[in-house]
Design a binder for this molecule. Structure first.
Ligand SMILES: C[S@@+](CC[C@H](N)C(=O)[O-])C[C@H]1O[C@@H](n2cnc3c(N)ncnc32)[C@H](O)[C@@H]1O
Length: 186
């Protein structure tokens, strides 16, 4: 078993309500999460980076490590991320406090958070902080294992979100879909 997988499993056991996953995201899911990222289009924020599978895929799209801000609240995961990706901006903090980073014109927020398992007030803080940071045409990208869109329906209405949905990614445990949410550009 790899060192990354051992760390992931140890954190599922010690912090199940924060990790909320059976395994790290598969290559297929990671590739769908990062599709469309463009090194010329500005910074990227990643939420809930864990052991860094999606981080690696973001960098694989040619995004410069200095342009990537990876947010993770778990200190063990943050230490691992800093070792594995020394030039990425790793922020040990809650995704609820994104406004504190003061980032603007972000091309995409790529979220590995267990968003739908969070209270709606927490989801609202995360979504508002994300859209405050995003460029007008930027997108909030979130996977889900369930049948419904990966942002609560009240928030989709409140924030006037539109979305697209990927095909089901069967090679993931469990199978998942990726949603891309955007807001109307005025
Ligand atoms: C489902 S795991 C995803 C890990 C990794 N991105 C992947 O896809 O394999 C969820 C991650 O979100 C982190 N997390 C949960 N709540 C958070 C919060 N409020 N702020 C920042 N990170 C959070 C957990 O510590 C965990 O690393």
């Amino acid at each position: 078993m790899s060192k990354d997988l051992r760390l992931f499993i140890s954190q599922i056991m010690s912090r199940p309500h924060e990790v909320v996953a059976l395994a790290p995201s598969s290559d297929g899911l990671c590739q769908e999460m990062v599709a469309g990222l463009d090194p010329a289009k500005g910074p990227v924020i990643e939420l809930g980076a864990g052991t860094g599978n999606i981080t690696r895929a973001i960098l694989g799209r040619g995004i410069a490590p200095e342009m990537l801000h990876s947010v993770e609240m778990n200190p063990m995961f943050c230490t691992h991320l800093c070792d594995a990706f020394p030039r990425v901006n790793v922020h040990q903090m809650s995704a609820c406090d994104l406004d504190d980073l003061g980032l603007k014109n972000v091309q995409a927020v790529i979220s590995g958070l267990p968003l739908l398992s969070m209270p709606i007030a927490v989801q609202r803080d995360i979504l508002r902080g994300s859209f405050n940071s995003l460029a007008p045409e930027g997108s909030f990208v979130q996977f889900t294992y369930g049948p419904n869109p990966s942002v609560h329906s009240d928030l989709r209405k409140e924030l006037t979100l539109s979305w697209t949905r990927s095909d089901k990614i069967w090679r993931n445990l469990p199978p998942a879909r990726v949603y891309r949410f955007t807001r109307p550009v005025h």
